[in-house]
Write a protein that binds this ligand. Structure first.
Ligand code: ZN
Ligand code: ZN
Length: 335
């Protein structure tokens, strides 16, 4: 089969690879579509995931072509989405249901071979039926599951005014779910007018161009700040700035992935004086069915977020485009 490898940091190769063999509790999937996300850039840089060489790709969907001997639910021919997060089930955190904190956590396309290939193997427990949902749409289920998890943790107060930094694919999924989740208004900040235009189409009440006048604009929109402030950029300076616009008793969600060594300055006095609540959100936890329901019902519209499709052979070009900030979601679609 064809596969795109991270060979070493900053080194990619598309080459022939042996077709993976499913174990007794695995399925073999022919990949139909696999989204590229910020995590893939981190693996490329060498600051997350591995060991290398590794086939990346964790936002993957496809069709089951073979199943292991101990299969209980899934059948060949079934169209499926894959939760890439593999947990052991027996460590301290797994036994408390905190499976995304599994002490033996691994992930398809991050620490073991993933979906930038013709075929991929996944444990049956990680595979979800998508019915007749088209594959391009279904490849958004994984990132949407992460957004669902973050919002389940934070819980939007009904009628809240919300502020989201970042209008990339994640910010635009976040925007739609925040609006759907009972927020009264949602303001979105981004550096690109094109992204803000799409945010407006997808339900943003206010679209604010990042820059020197953004703070004044946000204070005009809501002089006392926002009940909910969410970072979908992963930029430390933006995260630090979230506190400026949090209203008293505000909730802050750190959703974007920052560099692991990044530090920001926070006023503990402000957190105390303003009764602030700060939430982290790592990956997802049993939120796949929720995400499937949200796309099946079109409560969340993912179609406008897909901007580019590439075959496996052009993976290096696709990764560069996805990392440039010039595209929305880029997918690899093996043929
Ligand atoms: Zn991702
Ligand atoms: Zn575990």
């Amino acid at each position: 089969m064809k596969a795109a490898y991270y060979e070493a940091p900053h080194e990619l190769a598309v080459r022939e690879a042996p077709e993976p063999e499913p174990g007794p509790e695995d399925v073999l999937i022919r990949v139909a579509a696999c989204g590229i996300c910020g995590t893939d850039q981190h693996i490329y840089e060498g600051d997350f995931g591995g060991p290398l060489p590794l086939i990346g790709g964790h936002e993957l969907v496809g069709e089951i072509v073979a199943v292991g001997a101990a299969m209980l639910e899934r059948k060949p021919g079934e169209r499926v989405a894959v939760n890439p997060n593999v947990f052991c089930g027996s460590c301290f955190y797994c036994q408390r249901g905190q499976v995304n904190h599994c002490l033996r956590w691994s992930a398809i396309g991050v620490t073991r071979d993933g979906g930038f290939a013709d075929y991929v193997v996944a444990p049956e427990t990680n595979v979800y039926s998508i019915g007749e949902l088209d594959f391009e749409t279904a490849a958004f289920i994984e990132p949407l599951s992460c957004v669902v998890y973050g919002l389940k943790r934070m819980r939007i107060p009904i009628g809240a005014n919300a502020l989201i930094y970042g209008a990339g694919p994640i910010g635009l999924l976040m925007l739609q779910l925040v609006a759907h989740d009972g927020a009264g208004t949602v303001a979105v900040v981004d550096m690109k007018q094109e992204k803000l235009d799409l945010a407006s189409r997808l339900g943003a009440s206010h679209s604010v161009l990042a820059g020197s006048s953004a703070d004044d604009t946000l204070r005009e929109i809501s002089p006392l700040g926002f009940d909910v402030v969410i970072d979908c950029t992963g930029v430390p300076a933006v995260v630090e700035h979230m506190f400026t616009h949090a209203r008293n008793e505000g909730k802050l969600l750190f959703f974007g992935v920052n560099p692991s060594e990044a530090r920001v300055a926070v006023s503990p006095y402000d957190v105390y004086r303003k009764d602030l609540e700060i939430y982290g959100s790592f990956a997802l936890r049993f939120t796949f069915h929720d995400a499937i329901a949200l796309v099946e019902s079109s409560a969340v519209d993912v179609k406008p977020l897909l901007s580019d499709r590439f075959p496996i052979e052009r993976f290096p070009e696709a990764l560069a485009l996805a990392g440039s900030g010039e595209a929305f979601k880029v997918q690899i679609q093996p043929d």
